[in-house]
Write a new protein. Structure first.
Length: 203
């Protein structure tokens, strides 16, 4: 399905899928969304500035261990069905196996640090639904499309509550987040993320 057609399905045809009005319009309060965007831009900008020495060191380690680019980019569906390139540090070698540096980066979730650039650009949020791979679009059912009311997040309930799969291969925490979004929920998720990352809980 072409990108433009998929975006049209999301933005124009939600009513025909029988989604409740509150689920289609949830989280669209202009003032709250502006507050969320200002918070995302401020925190991601400060975090990028603070993390520059660490990111430079990681880039050097990646280049020293294996040949190839420092960054890995994958096409993801964003808010409203817009496609963007999600940026991560490369964690695989030319043989397709995870490198030693890559294993360390994944365990500490440091491979996702470059996504702060996506947040600063307005393509992602600090907290939101899982960024959906563009190739996974065919698996989406009408009930999954509410996730596109919000920007995808660097973290979210999908990370903290485990990858609990449901029919169609998607994660129920994403739907919970989309139905219950609030600034308070974002703050709670961020606070819960910090100790998990520090303890190496992500892999």
């Amino acid at each position: 399905m072409a990108t433009s057609h998929f975006r049209h399905k999301i933005t124009e045809n939600a009513a025909s899928w029988g989604l409740p009005a509150e689920s289609r319009n949830h989280g669209c309060d202009a003032a709250a969304q502006k507050q969320k965007r200002v918070f995302d831009a401020a925190v991601s900008g400060l975090a990028l500035a603070a993390a520059t020495p660490l990111m430079a060191a990681i880039a050097a380690l990646i280049k020293l261990e294996s040949r190839g680019p420092v960054f890995y980019k994958s096409r993801r569906w964003g808010k409203g069905g817009r496609v963007f390139e999600c940026i991560k540090f490369r964690t695989l070698g030319s043989d397709g196996e995870t490198t030693r540096v890559g294993r360390l980066l994944r365990r500490a979730a440091l491979d996702e640090l470059p996504q702060l650039v996506n947040v600063l650009r307005g393509e992602m949020s600090l907290v939101g639904p899982r960024p959906v791979l563009a190739a996974e679009q065919a698996d989406l059912s009408p009930g999954h499309l509410r996730r596109f009311d919000a920007l995808p997040g660097m973290t979210g309930l999908w990370q903290l509550e485990g990858l609990e799969r449901e029919a169609g291969g998607y994660f129920s925490p994403d739907e919970t987040y989309a139905r219950n979004w609030s600034v308070g929920l974002d703050v709670e998720i961020l606070l819960r993320t910090v100790p998990v990352v520090v303890s190496g809980g992500f892999c």
